[in-house]
Design a protein around this ligand. Structure first.
Ligand code: UD1
Ligand code: MG
Length: 510
């Protein structure tokens, strides 16, 4: 949460990197409430109330019916819970928005003429509803196992009274049949997601410094890595066929594999947080990644006449992704242009961690890396600013042009007596020549750099295609993310056959 601080900071000479904008006059509570009343309806309209109620009743009925099924129909139950989670998040964002603003959890919408104050940190509402939904869901995938473990194979009435106490204790009520490791995966996922939510809320409330908050997700990943170590422990990777004569079929990475997973856990949440700054983009990119992961899971579940060996991993992934889609879509409705709420760093961390949880415990972290290619590109492109080689203003989001109402790339301004060092000048000029950056030089002395565009994918997109309206930019980025993701999945399942003997979906390459 940057609250009023964000608008003050953005107005600094480097804030948006262009001519200093005069700071906005401090808004009074009265003005703020008026803006709230104008922009953020806190009550649901009648049609919204009836639709949400109808959805909740329908989903609750489906959920109730799953209990009658022999196996508890966990996938159907998860879908029904996701519907309820959507309705609950939608309503709670409306009800809680004004309270968040009154509590000071708010931020200014910088890319608008009026710069309205909106509730920040709404990702916390999503995360809480999501965690409650997942906690309610815990018994459902274990329904069959619970019945088997507590009743001697589903015939509790017949078996239990006949079991003598000693045998009962010895067999631990047949609990040895219960899949404890699966439950451990579940619980570790919940601990990780709860931890990241807590840390995210801390960041939104206290605006933690970048170099500190970067490592936050590593702590939240510890429960996952412990369960991975105890339960699965595979730390080898398959070697591409052409290299197998030299390296063998598998290369054992040992502790390096845990380092790699920690890196994925740090990267995924942070990469979503830095592909941000225009309405809707944080949630929309997360929805795309989640939808592509669901599509990938469906490929495994529908592959072949027999259940795929990885069926359980992909079901686990679906149980965590479907409610995530439910709460995220409810947030997207409110965060899409023109935004009525902000998602906060809580949402970015939480979303990134959901992907880490499903991909590490589902054993498909490399697929996640493929689906995060735009985020990886944004991170690599951003690295010179993030690591301080080039000044990094507090906000690098695109710059709003009040007269046209369109977004342009925001820039870093270079004073004549504070020019970048020669290697940086060389790199900046090279990037400018490759159209990977826009540079303005002094018309009287081209050696003097005046401005360079901030190094984010959003600004680069505007260098290529701008100026654009805020929602247009968001749509184009989301379409690009979808196409790149689909290509990533194609590479994963088809092109991989060119360099690996077989794809784990079942296809064989020659
Ligand atoms: C990251 C980016 C920063 C970007 C910011 C936008 C890096 C290193 N950091 O910082 O460049 O400007 O996200 O979220 O790349 N806001 C809007 N409109 C939006 C979304 C956000 O005006 O659609 C503003 C609001 O004032 C909001 C604030 O951005 O309060 C949130 O910024 P925050 O998420 O705290 O920034 P960071 O994640 O630290
Ligand atoms: Mg952020």
């Amino acid at each position: 949460m940057t609250s009023s601080a964000s608008s003050t900071r953005a107005a600094s000479p480097n804030g948006h990197g262009h001519a200093p904008t005069p700071p906005l006059p401090p808004t009074t509570l009265k003005q703020e409430n008026a803006a709230l009343a104008a922009g953020i309806p806190s009550v649901l309209s009648n049609s919204e109330t009836y639709s949400l109620l109808a959805l909740t009743v329908a989903c609750a009925t489906v959920l109730g019916n799953t209990v009658r099924r022999d196996d508890g129909a966990p996938l159907t139950a998860s879908l029904a819970l996701s519907g309820i989670a959507f309705a609950a998040t939608y309503a709670m964002i409306r009800w809680l928005g004004p309270s968040f603003v009154r509590a000071g959890i708010k931020g200014a919408d910088l890319n608008k003429v009026q710069r309205r104050t909106l509730p920040e940190c709404m990702g916390a509402v999503c995360a809480v509803v999501y965690l409650l939904a997942i906690i309610v869901f815990i018994p459902m995938p274990f329904y069959k196992d619970i019945v088997a473990a507590t009743s001697g194979g589903g015939n509790r009435d017949v078996v239990l009274p006949e079991i003598v106490p000693a045998a009962h204790v010895e067999q631990g009520r047949l609990l040895h049949r219960f899949p404890h490791s699966k439950l451990a995966s579940f619980l570790s996922a919940i601990i990780s997601l709860q931890s990241i939510t807590l840390l995210g809320i801390g960041d939104d409330l206290f605006d933690i410094r970048w170099r500190h908050k970067f490592v936050i997700p590593a702590f939240a990943a510890i429960p996952l890595l412990v369960v991975y170590f105890v339960d699965f422990g595979v730390t080898s990777v398959v070697v591409p066929t052409p290299l197998q004569p030299y390296l063998g079929e598998l290369v054992e990475l040992g502790p390096l594999y845990y380092l790699y997973m920690t890196a994925v856990a740090i990267f995924s949440p942070n990469s979503i947080n830095i592909l941000a700054g225009i309405n809707g983009i944080e949630v929309a990119q997360s929805v795309v990644v989640a939808a592509l992961l669901v599509f990938n899971d469906a490929l495994y579940l529908l592959a072949g006449p027999y259940p795929h060996p990885a069926t359980d991993s992909h079901l686990f992934s679906l149980y965590f992704l479907l409610p995530f889609l439910g709460v995220s879509l409810a947030l997207l409705v409110h965060n899409w242009f023109p935004a009525r709420v902000f998602v906060g760093d809580t949402y970015c961390y939480f979303a990134g961690m959901v992907f880490v949880v499903v991909s590490i415990l589902g054993h498909f972290s490399k697929t996640l890396v493929l689906l995060l290619l735009p985020q990886i590109a944004n991170f690599i492109y951003s690295a010179p600013q993030i690591f301080g080689l080039i000044p990094c203003p507090r906000h690098r989001m695109p710059r709003f042009h009040a007269r046209t109402g369109l977004l342009e790339p925001s820039v870093t301004a270079w004073l004549p007596d504070r020019q970048p060092k020669p290697p940086i000048v060389w790199a900046l000029r090279l990037l400018a020549r490759l159209h990977l950056l826009r540079m303005t030089t002094d018309p009287k002395n081209p050696e003097i750099i005046q401005e360079t565009t901030n190094m984010t994918l959003l600004n680069l997109w505007l260098v290529w295609r701008g100026p654009l309206r805020e929602d247009r930019l968001a749509i184009e980025i989301v379409v690009m993310q979808t196409l790149v993701g689909l290509f990533g999945l194609f590479v994963r399942h088809r092109l991989a056959l060119l360099i690996f003997k077989e794809d784990n979906l079942g296809a064989v390459g020659y």
